[in-house]
Design a protein around this ligand. Structure first.
Ligand code: PRP
Ligand code: MN
Ligand code: MG
Length: 179
């Protein structure tokens, strides 16, 4: 185990089981709809890569990078698009793929934007959900695990851009962020 990790919250094996389950549900739901899966960079990249390989249907993927915090202030009311989609979402069935829903700001703005662009439908799948931290009213359509309000890293999630490559979800030792 990585020396900066205090404990493993969700193991590699547990993640694999959950991702397979979610992939199966989505495949069932979106068969013959050619859904467009949107990976929210960068955190969702690992989940996205594993999830689509558990979806045995025709589907497409695209990538987006957003910041919901504008320049400093919390709810700017807008998503700032750092990297936009290459694909038009108009009349497409869109699945937004996230690693974690925390305050919910990123996803609520993003869903709003995709609806505004006239997607046929917009749903959200997140591997992790922290309901206690929610600041806007939004619930994921599909969610892997509800987790307590602890700072987690791994499987795409970072602390200061590190630890995304850990194959499990872990809790950082407090002294790591005291540095
Ligand atoms: C993290 C995470 C989600 C978002 C959740 O991304 O990956 O995208 O925050 O937070 P929210 O529900 O409070 O909006 P981050 O902005 O750290 O970018 P990253 O994915 O590149 O790490
Ligand atoms: Mn993110
Ligand atoms: Mg981050």
């Amino acid at each position: 185990m990585n020396g900066d990790i205090e404990k493993i919250m969700i193991s590699e094996e547990q993640i694999a089981v959950k991702v397979k389950e979610l992939g199966g549900i989505l495949a069932e739901e979106y068969r013959d709809k050619n859904p467009l899966l949107i990976c929210v960079l960068k955190g969702a990249i690992i989940f996205m890569a594993d999830l689509i390989r558990q979806m045995d249907i025709r589907c497409e993927m695209d990538f987006m990078a957003v910041s919901s915090y504008g320049s400093g202030t919390e709810s700017s009311g807008m998503v700032r698009i750092l990297k936009d989609l290459d694909t038009s979402v108009q009349d497409r069935h869109v699945i937004v793929v996230e690693d974690i829903m925390d305050s919910g700001l990123t996803l609520s703005r993003l869903v709003e934007l995709l609806r505004h662009r006239e997607a046929a439908s917009v749903k959200v799948v997140t591997l992790l959900n922290k309901p206690d931290r929610r600041k806007v009213e939004i619930t994921p359509d599909y969610s892997g695990y509800d987790i307590p309000d602890e700072f987690v890293v791994g499987y795409g999630l970072d602390y200061a851009e590190n630890y995304r490559n850990l194959p499990y979800i872990g809790v950082l030792k407090p002294e790591v962020y005291a540095k």
